[in-house]
Design a protein around this ligand. Structure first.
Ligand SMILES: [Mn+2]
Length: 294
């Protein structure tokens, strides 16, 4: 099949993405009904062969807590980067996929949503690993209770430059052009994009890069005041809101360093769990509420 090629040298740089348009409101595009409890939630593991301790923690997490759970939801940025599903052959990616596959085969449902780092993980990854792909954002229903799950970057609507970039890399033509490049060229491009992203971040105010309060309020109001769970910002917390007289919660998942940390839900209560107590100090308190620890 003819595939239009886009030279990587012609791929726009981060700094060239700008937009003053208000981003479209975030909408639920996927639904999961009554997954088996307890349900575990993780995000932002950023697995890479450069951090073997984190990869080992993931392997232990899968073979321990996850096997004892009914289901696990991975809400994006499982990998530090993912250059395409044709890269499942590398030793590191293969070992992660095999660990996921063993977990699925043992009877625990593994749900996976991409983040900004592993946006290109798709059907090929799902086929090898056995995970069930989810769109961002997904509604998970337990009887009358609804949880909304998202990676979280779609809610960072105050960062117009990032949102314009996000839109661009989600464009199918852009992706096809990117995927048509050799693996090495793709890896180099991602390394460079990451450097640019870090440089751009250093010039931005911290609030700009957090989720927008308005985006969160509008979302919770639109979906009859559910509990929102997301990652991406690396600002773990439990936020509470009173919107139109309804109490709502927003859990921000922690990123992983050298040990596993996850949020568990038994169908009615949440708890934060760690493979290595005590919890990091950053987990304990925010201005709006504190993380529930057990
Ligand atoms: Mn992210």
């Amino acid at each position: 099949m003819f595939q239009k090629k886009i030279s990587l040298s012609n791929v726009p740089k981060l700094s060239e993405f700008t937009s003053n348009d208000a981003p479209a409101p975030v909408r639920v595009t996927d639904v999961v009904t009554a997954p088996k409890v307890p349900v575990l939630f993780v995000a932002d593991l950023h697995l890479t062969d450069k951090r073997p301790q984190t990869a080992a923690a993931f392997s232990e997490f899968l073979s321990g807590p996850v096997r004892q759970a009914g289901s696990v939801f991975i809400l994006g940025d499982l990998f530090e980067y993912w250059v395409g599903d044709d890269d499942t052959g590398s030793a590191f990616n293969r070992s992660i996929c095999e660990a996921l596959r063993a977990t699925v085969n043992a009877g625990t449902a593994v749900y996976f949503m991409t983040g900004n780092r592993d946006l290109l993980a798709g059907q090929g990854f799902a086929h090898v690993s056995g995970v069930r792909l989810l769109a961002d954002m997904v509604s998970v229903r337990f009887g009358t209770r609804t949880l909304l799950l998202s990676h979280g970057d779609a809610l960072c609507t105050d960062d117009h430059e990032y949102q314009a970039f996000r839109l661009q890399v989600r464009n199918h033509e852009w992706q096809a052009g990117f995927l048509a490049q050799p693996l090495d060229a793709r890896r180099k491009f991602i390394e460079k994009a990451r450097e640019q992203s870090e440089a751009a971040k250093s010039g931005k105010r911290a609030e700009i890069m957090d989720v927008s309060a308005d985006a969160v309020t509008n979302l919770l109001r639109s979906y009859t005041y559910p509990t929102l769970i997301h990652g991406h910002t690396h600002r773990p917390a439990r936020h509470t809101y009173l919107i139109d007289g309804h109490h709502c919660e927003r859990y921000v998942l922690p990123d992983w360093r050298d040990h596993a940390v996850w949020l568990a839900f038994d169908g009615s209560e949440f708890s934060v769990c760690s493979a290595q107590p005590p919890l990091p100090a950053s987990l304990t308190q925010t201005e709006e509420g504190s993380f529930v620890s057990t």
